[in-house]
Design a protein. Structure first.
Length: 95
């Protein structure tokens, strides 16, 4: 029988989720509110985690995310712009 609860095996303190959504962002300050609103609406009723990765933004992206964090949303901040692939990998590492 296959063990489908792999997150609990990795770290028993982690609460398993149905889905992890990783979104890489760069200078998207004006889009944070609609992004979070629509994403949360789409995932309503599911056990999910939302991992936002700021890829070295120079605008108010990080501030706008921090103002809207909740228990299901994580923020990963990269010091400089590493590019989308590295940002996505950083987010996946936090799943």
């Amino acid at each position: 029988m296959e063990d489908t609860n792999w997150q609990s095996r990795r770290n028993p303190e982690i609460i398993p989720v149905q889905i992890s959504v990783v979104i890489a962002l760069f200078n998207e300050a004006d889009n944070i509110e609609p992004l979070l609103t629509r994403t949360r609406e789409a995932l309503q009723g599911m056990d999910y985690e939302l991992i936002l990765v700021d890829d070295g933004s120079t605008d108010a992206t990080v501030r706008n995310i921090r103002e809207r964090l909740d228990e299901r949303t994580k923020l990963v901040v990269l010091r400089k712009n590493y590019g989308q692939s590295t940002a996505m990998a950083a987010g996946i590492d936090h799943c």
